[in-house]
Design a protein around this ligand. Sequence first.
Ligand SMILES: *Cc1c(COP(=O)(O)O)cnc(C)c1O
Length: 398
Amino acid sequence: MSDKTTGLIHHPYVPPAGFEAPQPGVYKASTVFFPNVAAMRSREWKDKTAYTYGLHGTPTSYVLEERLCALEGGAQCLLVPSGLAAIATVALSLLQSGDEVLIPDNAYGPNKALAQGELKGWGITHQFYDPMDPQDLARRINGKTRLVWLEAAGSVTLEFPDLLEQVRICRAAGVLTALDNTWGAGLAFDAFDLGAGQGVDLTIHALTKYPSGGGDVLMGSVITRDEKLHIRLKLTHMRLGLGVGMNDVEAVLRSLPSLALRYAAHDRTARALARWCQTRSEFAQVLHPALPDSPGHAQWQALCGAEEGRAAGLFSVIVDARYTQAQVDAFCDALRLFRLGYSWGGPMSLAVPYELASMRQGWPAHLARGTLVRFSAGLEAVEDLQADLLQALQRALA
Ligand SMILES: *Cc1c(COP(=O)(O)O)cnc(C)c1O
């Protein structure tokens, strides 16, 4: 080959096999080569015995999928560009016009918005159910119900439902259950083995949160134990053209070994701060499943056990109704270590004020009146974070 460009493209050097290092290699591709036409024609896309196209996986993403299955106790995993894309993939795979989906009223907000937006437009109906009343869920299941979303603990308000009972009800009705397990991260409890032989049918995760751990990657997963259900999801996943970048996959692979250690550290800090917040008269209520008077505490303890490393580093406070919205905003603005921003799971502590009234079907009886602020405990020293909360309280709510 005399042409230099051709020579570079078709360079014959192949590095020796057998390279091993702590991190798996980063294999990036759109095109994947086949040795011959027969191999191309008989390409295997259903499982991870071969490669077809970069969109459907490379050795790097296969490794992450397998490790996430091990973490979750699942058998098959799909990677998608975000946690919300995982929710959408499940909805688009399992719901058709005329079907109904049930969503807990404290679910991750954009899950509800998808039901109220696109799904509604496509003739798929929804109901929001009370996550703390299994009989409310049971009553709403009907002949059209095809999918029930579960979330433990709920987003923002962190109520912990009776997951086992919810799954029992859905099983008895022959309805599929999908758990948004982002909060539990595969560590707080076993979604596929909740006890009494019960488990959810599939889980989704925002890997964006603790599995990434850096606040710099967006990714989601859909994990199943049932091969048939996986293939249904995978076909939709392929037809929608959902893929993930291998540099992002690498980042998550690098963070996974420290996941449990970070989770326990976030948990420890959040519990300490939540307990401290309970001593402050500015707050009418503190929400964290490990607090004995927090909604769903008993269910959390029954499923997860009480030890550290069994709860995410999230807690919310309801600032007493005697303070105005402007004062609560000033409190958030006065925070220095806690930064204002959505998402969570990175090393930095975060705060977000929420307008709860617009998020729920009505103000839940188990929540005090006031303005809710959700905190995500980062990896900073707990004394520094507590001092930050104190100075902001003194400046804004004195
Ligand atoms: C963040 C989050 C999501 C969405 O994840 P993205 O990657 O930001 O799309 C879904 N569910 C829960 C519970 C979350 O906290």
